[in-house]
Ligand binder design. Sequence first.
Ligand code: PHE
Ligand code: ZN
Length: 849
Amino acid sequence: MRDAAPTTIYLKDYTPFGYVVDSVHLTFDLEPHSTRVTSRIAFAPNTETTDRSFFLHGEQLKLISAKIDGIAISPTVTEQGLSCDVPNAPFTWETVVEIDPANNTALEGLYMSNGMYCTQCEAEGFRKITFYPDRPDVMAVFTVRINGPHPVLLSNGNPVDAGPHWAEWHDPWPKPAYLFALVAGELLAHSSTFTTVSGKHVDLNLYVRPGDEGKCAFGMEALKKSMIWDEQVYGREYDLDVFNIVAVDDFNMGAMENKGLNVFNSSCVLASPETSTDDNFERIEAIIAHEYFHNWTGNRITCRDWFQLCLKEGLTVFRDSQFTSDLRSAPVKRIRDVIDLRGRQFAEDNGPLSHPVRPESFQEINNFYTATVYEKGAEVIGMLKRLVGDAAYCEAVDLYFARHDGQACTIEDWLKVFEDTTGRDLTQFKRWYSQAGTPRVNVTEDWTDGTYTLTFTQSTPATPGQPHKDPRVIPIAVGLLGSNGDEVRKTEMLELTEASQSFSFDGLSSRPTPSILREFSAPVILERDSTNAERAFLLAHDTDPFNRWEAGNALAKDARLNMIIKGAAPDADYLDALQKLVRDDDLDPGFRALVLQPPSASDLAQTLFENEHAPDPQAIYDASETMAQTLAQTLADSLPRLYAATTVEGPYQPDAVGASNRMLNFRMLALLSRLDGGDQAAQQFASADNMTLQYAALVCLLSIDKGAEQNQAFFYQWKDDRLVMDKWFAAQVAFATPEKTAAIAATLTQHPLFDMKNPNRFRAVMGALAMNHAGFHHISGDAYSLLADWLIKLDPLNPQTTARMCSAFQTWKRYDADRQALIKIQLDRIAATPDLSRDTTEMITRIRE
Ligand code: PHE
Ligand code: ZN
């Protein structure tokens, strides 16, 4: 049975549900093809509304029986749910339904993964488990009984009692249905304990499949660090007797913050030195923190409706980035976040999928778990904090927790606590939530009679459904540097509120060099005429590490753009600046690695497009290759020394300092490989005792079209490790040369270990295909049609993952007419597929417009 005709849901149509739920009792009798779910729900009329229509969501449920106050009834059931007449007074609702977890390949609702039962209910999956008002503003206390033969039977909250083949759980905290979870299987626990600030004892368990016990220690430590951090920085204490995490192999997303029972994609929690890279460790630490932090920002205070998704996600991403900054290097974290924001969110915000941080309509909410809601949502909170200051931010957030604990809230509630604590009017600031598109901020400067003036002009291009944009409040952090590099004006937070506005600085003895948008104080595109000399100066002297990197990044991009547009040779000033920087051993190696990291092809493509050049992916690739080769030759003398100096001695530790050294070590190896044909990389591959070094060596070899032997050795070494195999599948596609990319991906889809039903494996191949810019956009069009073939195949099985991957095509209008025509054929073909899911239909329709 497929979805009914799509309907659009609007924020402006919100109305509360006519009934409140006092308690929910659920009983699960687990059977792979015929699980019975018995529900007993205490409803009462909601005094906040007079609407008494009674509709319960329910999809793909077989109704066995329904009763009101013990009397059997026959409700009207459709594909979307059930309605019937109910008393205008409190009543008890009871149903029995049957579901088929073993055939649930969409991985939403109750499903099976390697013999284990598992649930995913956000956003609207609970309606595939039983009939219920499946909306986040209906919060209730749940008691759950699970009957099943499995040794581990878990649900939310605290364990009440258990016997052979059953367990009962009670969650005292009222919650929306999307936070419900159930897990049953033959799992092993990695256990520990935590004592909260007020002395409460909490049992911590990380449940995994037998064989994965050795990959739990790091995640457990990350959890404890998160718990301490949230107590110390936000004053938030944990509120149950147990905190359980389960790792599951088949999962559409990264992880899920179900109350007291987080479910994780195994790739986002399992780690060991032999199988995980430094980047994996850092990401796992951040995701564990993210899900844990949701306990307050998401669970104790949840969203009134799904339009408010950024209320929990923007804030929680912001909190996890603060956590990573505190535990590791703050500048490195900020630079990486901005690279990611520009790569994913700017691409989204400047194309057909552009939508506000708080969307105003949707067809399928799963399509709005986006970089805009998450990452731009986090940037908006960062701006708010910069505007009100650190102390006021803390005061406002304390008020948010005090005022709204136990409620389902809106962005208006969030902004109100800031208005109430600071007295500020945030009406204009709120445009950040309602207006889509990335603002362009143009800056010009003037130096007259000892006064230095910066004039900013802001504008935002039209986005789908929003032709006109009003000026926003943009915090612009500015510092001024003297000619010897000293700071003549410390960082000041300018508030741009007009379409055009000037700011003056007096009492300067000579014309300063400005450092603008320090720390990337707002998610905008800054346009400013600058010279290479000025950029080199900032790269050498800026006291703001982000802008120091930004100056290098601007040089790096310009040098490549000049090669692409003008056929210029690699820029000598740029090479010279890099040479100085690389040799500066006072600088953090991680920071140096980031300056050496080439700008991504898709970033260059976006910039070319903004400057009215249709990007030629092959030309971008060629320029980047030539630049890498020239850079290797220029730095030839320093490479062996720095490679040796950044080789970390002793057993591998996933700590920040080691990781920072290995980042630079990897850059050195990548450049060395261009001079020695991969000899050093082959040696590193052979001697590596950890995945960071082994994988780095493999990537260096594949990038120069070598490493067939190592690739095979890697396969035989790791073929029984699912997560490492994902890396193996992905690397071959991601680092293939443009003309071979599609063919390699096509061959890998025929590999015995390729499994389209497993989202990690599907993404390893198809995600890597979309990310290999020149390979994906190869003029043969082979990669376009290969991706479309597989999206069409996956859609009936897993609409959510299919729809998300359609975004590979979102930038199609950047490219030349030939490529646009090739992509259009594929978009049309997907759109014409019979019974296409609502998820994919919405995505393809928006992308095609
Ligand atoms: N709420 C999850 C998070 O951000 C993401 C998620 C959404 C997971 C939908 C599964 C399904 O932490
Ligand atoms: Zn989240």
